[in-house]
Design a protein around this ligand. Structure first.
Ligand SMILES: *Cc1c(COP(=O)(O)O)cnc(C)c1O
Length: 642
């Protein structure tokens, strides 16, 4: 067998397929991050960077954001539309807006505005709080503010008054009822509104968020309502206020076909508006541009079967075709792609706290010997072990499983004792080990090797919370690339899953991307009690804000990094994660009150002589210290026992 190389790791973890060029592996076996996704772009050793940041006092788990990647993604999207427009001779402009809900963190939004200045990147607000962010932050003169979501009087007044500040927010009518209210408020304020109409398309999206579209979606006007709205505006002499047609068929659209269907329908509606006498000059295609999280370029949930360029080509060519056919002027194209813009730029690094070997160390032990007095079930299992061979591997595995279950039943009925049950488990492990060995030697192993491997897999205890850092993995089974960021020049000889810090059995990563379908186990390196750092990638969209405080694990530390020339970087922002007293205050516990209560309990115990003065002092110190600490575990304290 040839020696393991970083090439093997690249292939195993499918890095070129999902990384969009932003990640690679160096000869030293460390993952590297590349500023603009090109082979020759400035790059950093991710492992060394993490160790550096730890030396600066940042803690694991740590969220890393790279502004270079954000910038590259903004340019990629705008560039794709430029390329498409040039190719087709499209006369409208491209005007991207960033939907704030995808990642509202101030530093992220500020960075997007700053980096997107040249592209006139605007903002999309889906709620009143998001509108308030947009109004305060967006200072790019040509950039659009698109106002979506449920709107009450206060929302509308704010958006309309912003016009008096020289801003140009476009208020998108999501529900018909909003239109009369908007006209009333606008009249009161003496402002002519910039109106967008959101169409409810019959073509549906595809993927997990399919319900955002179709006739039953929460948002959008039916064609009947659009026609009625036009009538209403015509009567008031306000037809010219209609400036934009909007649609959004859902997020992470996995099939290009769904985009095409929606574009076809929306382009016709756009032309229809012109036929009715309105003159909108903007068409807003919403979000939905997907990210190929697993690198499979397929229409599975965590992938997309199209590229950014293909999407841009379709948007431009579909709109153009219908406009040219009907003699309608080419509109400027607005997109609200949030996921595609932000997903790549951030990643989480967590450390492994320890490993539970699923196989036990069965390989190092002899199979227990059985004698005549032992229960029949043990003999059955031993027989499985003895007879397992290439010819019957799958069959004997099923037998072994059945005998193991029988052993459990016999134990529950009191027929076998705890020693005998332990012996059954031990022989079962030996059976699995032997069968797995046989299966791996076979040129065409049967399909259910996976099932056999699962109970034998290692559990790597991971210092993070799924619910806080990758909630979509838990909630909708979304896959994210996960892999070690070092030791990649070394063969990963184990297979495992990650169990997080929460007490929830769902708190784990047990589906992983692979070249084919997803897989239940990840190849990992044997635990050597040295720091073992794992990265979770492409988490810049939605994860942070959907994250929750399960078991009171709070926000992680976060840093914004700008990659400079080879090997150097600057830390642009550090956002300290939650401390224990902060997360406690979110659920209404007051630090001082807690400390005071514990003080009183300690006093009582002291009076009763239950603890010494020294112990009481130590306990108080620990308690108060504990309140100021990070909610995650610190590796130092664990090293004492390992
Ligand atoms: C959520 C949302 C978006 C963002 O969608 P992505 O798939 O993340 O690009 C855009 N527009 C509207 C109206 C949305 O609700």
């Amino acid at each position: 067998m040839s020696k393991w190389s970083v090439k093997d790791s690249l292939e195993l973890y499918n890095v070129p397929a999902w990384s969009a060029g932003f990640f690679g592996i160096r000869a030293n076996g460390h993952l590297e991050v590349r500023g603009d996704g090109q082979d020759d772009s400035p790059s950093l050793d991710l492992y060394e960077l993490t160790r550096d940041l730890q030396r600066r006092g940042l803690r694991l788990p740590l969220l890393l954001r790279f502004s270079n990647i954000l910038e590259a993604r903004i340019h990629e999207l705008a560039g794709a539309f430029r390329t498409a427009s040039t190719q087709y001779g499209y006369r409208g402009k491209f005007r991207g807006v960033y939907p704030i809900k995808v990642n509202q963190q101030r530093h992220v939004v500020e960075e997007l505005i700053r980096l997107g200045k040249n592209e006139n990147l605007g903002l999309e607000a889906g709620s009143k709080p998001e509108l308030l962010i947009a109004l305060a932050l967006l200072d790019t003169p040509e950039a659009l503010i698109i106002c979506n979501g449920y709107k009450d009087r206060a929302y509308l007044e704010t958006a309309l008054l912003a016009q008096k500040l020289g801003r140009r927010p476009i208020i998108v009518i999501d529900r018909f009822r909003e239109l009369p209210l908007l006209l009333k408020v606008a009249e009161e304020l003496g402002v002519r509104p910039h109106i967008g109409l959101r169409a409810k398309l019959t073509s549906t999206g595809a993927g997990k968020w399919v319900d955002s579209s179709g006739e039953r979606s929460k948002f959008g006007l039916s064609t009947r309502e659009i026609v009625a709205g036009i009538e209403m505006l015509k009567e008031k002499g306000m037809l010219d206020c209609i400036e934009l047609l909007h649609f959004h068929i859902g997020s992470q659209i996995t099939k290009i076909r769904a985009h095409k269907d929606a574009l076809r329908e929306a382009s016709r509606i756009y032309v229809g508006l012109h036929q009715l006498g309105a003159r909108p000059s903007l068409i807003d295609t919403g979000g939905g541009l997907g990210v190929d999280y697993d690198g499979s370029q397929s229409n599975t949930h965590s992938s997309t079967n199209y590229s950014v360029q293909e999407y841009a080509n379709d948007v431009v060519s579909f709109i153009q075709e219908v406009c040219d056919e009907t003699g309608t002027p080419h509109p400027d194209i607005v997109t609200e792609s949030g996921r595609a813009m932000t997903a790549h730029h951030s990643l989480l690094i967590f450390d492994v706290l320890g490993v539970n070997n699923g196989m036990g160390d069965v390989a190092d032990r002899d199979i227990p010997s059985i004698d005549a007095e032992d229960p029949k079930i043990l003999h059955n299992l031993a027989e499985v072990y003895r007879t397992a061979s290439t010819d019957n591997a799958q069959e004997v595995y099923h037998d072994a499983l059945q005998f193991k279950e029988e052993a459990n039943t016999l134990f529950n009925l009191g027929v076998i004792d705890i020693q005998e049950r332990a012996c059954a488990e031990e022989i079962f492990q030996h059976c699995c080990h032997k069968i797995l060995g046989i299966l791996h030697e076979m040129p065409n192993p049967p399909e259910d090797v996976d099932i056999l491997e699962k109970p034998l897999a290692d559990t790597y205890f991971a210092n993070f919370s799924t619910f806080q850092s990758i909630p979509d993995h838990w909630a909708v089974g979304q896959l994210f690339p996960v892999m070690p960021i070092h030791r990649l020049d070394e063969e990963p000889t184990r297979q495992g899953i990650f169990a997080d810090l929460t007490c929830d059995s769902d708190g784990k990563i047990n589906r992983f991307i692979s070249q084919e379908e997803d897989k239940p186990l990840l190849e990992l390196h044997a635990w050597n009690k040295q720091p073992y750092l794992i990265g979770v990638f492409l988490i810049g969209a939605y994860q942070e804000i959907l994250g929750d405080l399960h078991n009171l694990f709070g926000d992680t530390d976060a840093v914004h990094i700008h990659i400079e020339e080879e090997g150097s970087y600057s830390v642009e922002h550090v956002v300290e994660g939650d401390s224990v007293d902060e997360v406690l205050s979110y659920v209404q516990y007051d630090r001082k009150a807690l400390v005071e209560r514990v003080r009183r309990i300690i006093e009582t115990a002291l009076r009763k002589g239950q603890l010494s003065l020294e112990d009481s002092a130590l306990l108080r110190r620990r308690y108060e210290q504990g309140l100021t600490e990070y909610t995650y575990l610190s590796q130092d304290s664990l090293e004492e026992v390992s």
